[in-house]
Design a protein around this ligand. Structure first.
Ligand code: HEM
Length: 244
């Protein structure tokens, strides 16, 4: 009974194993008010990019995300080696956000980066692997196309760790929304959208838990019936059907 249930769980989970994105890209404005502040007359600043990250007004952009993300439901991480450097106030403000990693887990996105620079309070920062922002994938628009899956307008919120490393905005501050592209086939993009509609990452785990509960209940029932039969038969073993 248990092996049949395990097989059913594997069959239910198998579409996730077949659809995987290993490449992708993004467009992200970082924070529009920060760019306006930097390019204005107060900071007289600018920004530059390096590696796999570029800038096309008004967004930082990359086509170089690489890694592995299962699509139905979303689960995995893509990363790009590259940097966004913000400077202003004749070099007093000099912050580099680099090594972007986008981790996806069902309905949640985590943006992990390295941050180096000076906060608004002139505290030196040099921190790797900062969980900078989190994003709500359910609030974004998912579209399947020839190039794969586009998840557009993912709202991003600064985390406590991100607030500490960047040193100006408080935790919970809204950053610009992020558009994420995952390279895959149109069929796999459709599957990702269907998995999202069916409850994202929770569907398969809930089905597996349900099957395990059913298996335990069934074995308890069999055990109780065997005991009852034993009592009725005065201790004799229950009759076992013999092959013809
Ligand atoms: C000479 C030193 C600095 C001066 C005089 C200065 C001045 C200012 C002023 C006047 C504003 C308000 C701008 C507005 O409301 O339009 C501001 C905002 C801000 N400053 Fe500075 N600042 C300095 C250094 C820094 C440093 C080192 C950072 C480091 C990251 C920083 C980050 C920011 C940020 C993030 C904002 C908010 C921008 C926004 O989203 O509106 N500043 N600063």
């Amino acid at each position: 009974m248990l092996s049949a249930l395990a097989l059913a769980a594997v069959v239910l989970a198998s579409p996730a194993a077949s659809c995987v994105a290993t490449e992708g890209g993004f467009d992200w404005g970082f924070k529009e008010s920060f760019r306006a502040y930097l390019s204005g007359s107060i900071a007289n600043g600018e920004w530059s990019t390096e590696g796999g990250i570029g800038y096309e007004t008004p967004v930082f952009t990359s086509e170089s995300l690489a890694g592995s993300v299962a699509l139905a439901p979303l689960d995995g991480e893509l990363a790009v080696g590259g940097a966004m450097r913000f400077t202003g106030h004749e070099g007093i403000l000099d912050t580099t956000v680099s090594n972007l990693r986008v981790a996806l887990d069902g309905q949640r996105l985590q943006l992990i980066v390295d941050v180096r620079g000076t906060t608004q309070e002139f505290v030196e920062v040099d921190t790797a692997d900062v969980l900078f922002a989190t994003g709500d994938l359910t609030a974004a628009e998912w579209t399947a196309g020839e190039d794969g899956l586009l998840i557009a307008g993912i709202p991003l919120t600064l985390t406590a760790e991100g607030a500490e490393a960047f040193g100006t905005y408080p935790e919970g501050e809204a950053l610009d929304p992020l558009d994420l592209r995952l390279a895959t086939t149109p069929a796999c993009a459709d599957e990702a959208i269907a998995a999202r509609a069916a409850g994202g990452g929770m569907l398969v785990p809930l089905l597996i838990v349900g099957l395990v509960v059913l298996a335990v209940a069934a074995s308890v029932l069999v055990h109780l019936r065997l005991r009852a039969a034993k009592r009725r038969g005065g201790g004799a073993e229950p009759e076992v059907p013999q092959p013809q």
